[in-house]
Structures are given as C-alpha cells and as structure tokens.
Ligand binder design. Structure first.
Ligand code: SIN
Length: 314
C-alpha cells in the first residue's frame, strides 16, 4: 500500500527560467526560480498532490547536466522511494537532457512507484508558460493508480524513459516516443494509457545504485559520429586519452565510414568497449551474424552512452 506524500525534486531548466523581458522565449536564463515557488504558482496542485515534500537538488541549465547532479538525484530518489509514506516523485528538469536523465534513472532506480520528469519549453516569464500545466499533469501521473517506472510528462503526453526523445528545439510540443508513440495522455487531471506502465528494475537497481554511490570517477564513455568524410583521428586521440567506452552514432542500419570503423576496431582490440547506435531518429540497428561491433539494442546514441557507462561500472 503506497503512502500519500508526493516528493518534488527541482533541478532547474527552462521551467525555472526567467527573461529580463516578459515574453522573450529564447533570450532567457534557465534555472532561476526555486521549485517551491514554481509549485506555489500552480492552482490546484496542492489539492491534487495531497502532502508535498519539496527539495531543490540542483539549479542548472540541463545542457550542463553532469555526473554529480545525477548521483545526487539518484540517491535522493532512492531515499524517497524507500519511504512507505511516499507515493511518487516528480522531478523538474530542463528539456535538453531530460531523456538522458530519464534513462539514467530508469537504469538505477527501483521505480515500483512513479518517478515523473517534467519540464517546459517556455520560461516562467513567458506570455503563456507551459510549465504550470506540465507540473500539474506530472502530479496527476504521480498519483495515478498503479503508476510505476520512470516517466516523462510534457504537453499533455506521458512517455516512457526508453523511447522519449526531444524532437524539436522550439515548439511547445517538443517530445515524442518515436516508433511507439506516447505511453498515455493527461486530460483534465486524468491519465489515459495507451499501454501498460513500464516495469521497474529491482535487484539490478540495487547493484547499480551502490556502484554509482561508491565508484568515483565513473567510466569515461564518449560518443563519435559517422558521417561523410569521417576519419579515425578522433577515436585514436580518445584512446590515447584513456577513454574506456565509445558509442558510435552510425549511419542507417549501423553502418560506419570505413576510416572511422578501422579506428573503432583498433580501439576495441585495445580494450575499449565499443557500441553501435543509429543516427536515425526512428528505428534501431538490426544486427547481422558476424557484426564485429555490438549494437545498442535500440537505444539512441545518448542513452547507449549511459547504458555502456553503467555496464562498465558493473
Ligand atoms: C534546459 O534544458 O535546462 C534548458 C532548455 C529547456 O529546459 O528547454
């Protein structure tokens, strides 16, 4: 039986952004308004949430997301998820790396209760800010009966951590789960699902959280891109610099420019873990027998980087 408290963890982002000129939607500074103040500005939120517990974990533009904030966030989530009084967690976050944090948390939390990331594409000083409605919708998901897993809520849609992706740099409806579509919708405070809530990791999450708490630094994993005219020199330089893992954002079905591929095979032979993901925004690499480099099993390059980093930590 889950409790009644909703925990809201603030990390910054445009949802907490302000601009000097009201209505400026691009010349603003992210991560300015405290999460408690954001919540105060949403009528009906307190009634929907019941008891609220609010913490400011960070106050950043999510382009600057780093391992320290991820570690702090994961440890605060783990702490609150274990509390029988807590029903679910809402995290306010910038849109730019939201999908990465969602996947990271999916991989390290025992999210048998909902952990809902939300955000905004317009700062709090916009003529029509989208943050307040997104916050209310995120709380609606956090209190929805049976909700589980790490989720993202924006523009009236609910997405799972595996597929959610920022698709547009400006429009308010910026997120999608390409291939599979949204997991559901939030309509007037009610959640309408299109499929089941995601399953939570349990035993594996325990190992992952111990590793991220105790290992410092985390393995270094970088992303390289295969493109017309690619060379292997970046890969060779990264190997000399001690990189432990490489994700290659491949063309099409996991293909790589032959110069870059030769360097990646050298890196693999030297002990660097190499994984192929596709640059295409939809679909996934379909592996063939004898492929010399493993594929990311459907993860985008940025999520494959997180998965590889956590695998190396294990
Ligand atoms: C950020 O990601 O923190 C800034 C951009 C945004 O939230 O839309």
């Amino acid at each position: 039986m889950s409790g009644q408290k909703i925990v809201v963890l603030g990390t910054g982002g445009t949802i907490a952004g302000t601009s000097a000129q009201a209505g400026d939607n691009i010349g603003y500074t992210a991560g300015q308004v405290g999460v408690a103040q954001l919540l105060d500005a949403v009528p009906g939120l307190q009634t929907m949430a019941g008891e609220l517990l609010i913490e400011q974990v960070a106050q950043i533009d999510s382009k600057d997301m780093d391992i320290e904030v991820w570690r702090a966030l994961a440890l605060r989530c783990t702490h609150h998820l274990k509390d029988p009084e807590v029903r679910g967690i809402v995290i306010t976050h910038g849109t730019d790396t939201l999908e990465e944090t969602a996947w990271f948390l999916h991989e390290v939390l025992d999210a048998r209760k909902p952990v809902v990331l939300t955000c905004a594409m317009r700062p709090s000083t916009a003529l029509i800010p989208d943050g307040p409605q997104n916050l209310l919708d995120a709380v609606a998901v956090a209190v929805a009966p049976g909700a589980t897993g790490v989720l993202a809520v924006a523009a009236g849609e609910v997405h799972g951590a595996r597929h959610v992706q920022k698709m547009h740099p400006y429009r308010v409806h910026a997120f999608a789960s390409a291939d599979v579509g949204p997991l559901g919708f939030v309509e007037e405070g009610q959640v309408r699902l299109t499929r089941n809530w995601p399953l939570a990791l349990d035993g594996e999450a325990l190992i992952a959280i111990e590793n991220i708490a105790n290992v410092d630094p985390w393995p270094r994993v970088e992303i390289v891109v295969s493109h017309a005219g690619a060379t292997g020199s970046m890969v060779d330089a990264l190997v000399r610099d001690g990189v432990q893992g490489l994700v290659v954002a491949c063309t099409g079905n996991g293909t790589i420019h032959h110069h870059l591929e030769a360097a990646l095979l050298r890196a693999q032979a030297a002990g660097v873990a190499v994984v192929r993901a596709t640059r295409c925004p939809e679909g996934q690499v379909l592996p063939k027998p004898g492929d010399p480099l493993p594929d990311s099993q459907g993860l985008s390059p940025v999520k494959a980087r997180i998965a590889l980093m956590l695998n190396l930590l294990r």
